[in-house]
Design a binder for this molecule. Sequence first.
Ligand code: PEP
Ligand code: MN
Length: 349
Amino acid sequence: MVVIMNSGATKENILQVQRWLEEMGFGIHCSQGVERTIIGAIGGDKSKVDIEQLLSLPGVERVVHVVEPYKLVSRSFHPETSVVKVGGVPIGRNNVVIAAGPCAIEDYQTLVQIAQAVKAAGAHILRGGSYKPRTSPYSFQGHGAEGLQMLHAAGQAVGLPVVTEVMDPRDVELVAEYADMLQIGARNAQNYSLLKEVGQTDRPILLKRGMHCTIEDWLLAAEYIAVQGNTQIVLVERGIRSFETYTRNTLDLSAVPVVHKLSHLPVGIDPSHATGMSELVPTMAKAGVAAGADFLMIEVHHDPPKAWCDGRQSLNCDQFAQLMTELAQVATAVGRSLEVVEDEDHNPL
Ligand code: PEP
Ligand code: MN
């Protein structure tokens, strides 16, 4: 249940409603919007609530029942699209934000080389994996803590915020020290201990869709993070498993408008992992922007055939620059832009 306060509601009015709900056995989640305050009442027994009495409390405008199983991330809870800030880069406004970089961090020199190239092409966030969820235990597992330092330094060197995957709840604190955004990968999309742990950080979260997750499973995974107090979440569709084997996964492009309808969280597309084939990445990236994606994550490597991980799906630096030009045109055609105006109030690491 969600209580929407009117724009003139005072602090005292808000507190009174919160106390009333707490006495009824609800947990409270308060969201202070620009216009109004929204109070989420979680748990409790709705059948015992006297709605007329609740509506009569000063400052209460409306009471909405959130029928979806996910509450805090649902659009009925928060009708405006949320803006998630990574460094100073806002995701969820009219601009489309692009994160690009190598699948795995290999060495500092090549990482900076790629970072410079993606920055010059107009990318807003640098990505790079340091803890790699490889299908085979014999494949390169990532440089771990050392890679985090390289990523942080490369981001600083070129002036881009950085995103990287965290796989283990025990590493969350360390990764949060070095990264502006924490990524939960597809394989860990339903690792509830990990979701709870990242929910306790103040870092924005990039939550990939699990390859076997329905949209509802995915939104409930986001709810696990939100309920811990961290609602800075970007949902990223990266392809799901289907009977089709031609592409690495099957990009569920309709997830973009569907999730926009169901949730206030920004939605992104990862065409690299979705297709597994670099020649398909530009087309699906553009389709993602046309479908309304707020964010794209694209794997870029200076020499894809030699990449230690996911070279087959990585664009080289020139291909990425070319794609950025085309994406700008698609963005304009759908009334959006790749130009990001950084917020001044950001808290860099
Ligand atoms: C990645 O982004 O490097 C990655 C492993 O992605 P996913 O979890 O979507 O497979
Ligand atoms: Mn990868």
